[in-house]
Write a protein that binds this ligand. Structure first.
Ligand code: FES
Length: 150
């Protein structure tokens, strides 16, 4: 083999390796959603979050996320049974959960799974995956302070 032929074949080999590496990297779903969050998207045990009922959750259907806990007012009155508190991070792959007042369900912003305010699954993710029921946290009311404790 002549020197020039050897160098050409070497260059072709390097180009093939680089192309292969590029295709391999391009095939990875680097923009894919994160894998499931630790604890299924729930907050660590002992976590608390509070809402000031004098200024927040004033009307039925109102919701707010505090400390990764989604609070929803489900009825009038300021007793613990007037509210629901669930994890705010989807157990499927960590999408943000929101309460859709008009439809009265919780929905994931990433793959549109849906849940009741008591955490039951209404619809699985639209990517073909499966999710699990939401963690629901007990609530207490003291004065105007609503507190959920994981
Ligand atoms: S992350 Fe919520 S449905 Fe996929």
């Amino acid at each position: 083999m002549e020197r020039n032929e050897f160098i050409k074949s070497l260059g072709l080999g390097v180009a093939m390796v680089c192309t292969g590496a590029c295709f391999s990297a391009c095939g990875k779903k680097s923009d894919a959603p994160e894998p499931g969050k630790p604890n299924g998207g729930g907050v660590p045990s002992g976590t608390t979050a509070s809402v000031d009922l004098a200024t927040q959750l004033l009307s039925v259907g109102a919701s707010i996320t505090v400390n990764s806990i989604l609070f929803i007012r489900t009825a009038a009155g300021n007793t613990s049974t007037s509210f629901a508190a669930t994890q705010a991070i989807c157990p499927h792959q960590g999408g943000a959960l929101s309460f859709i007042q008009a439809s009265n369900y919780i929905q994931c912003g990433l793959h549109s799974s849906r849940y009741t305010t008591s955490g039951s699954i209404l619809a699985q993710p639209n990517d073909g995956g499966t999710t699990s029921a939401l963690k629901v946290y007990p609530l207490t009311v003291s004065g105007n302070t609503l507190t959920a404790t994981a």
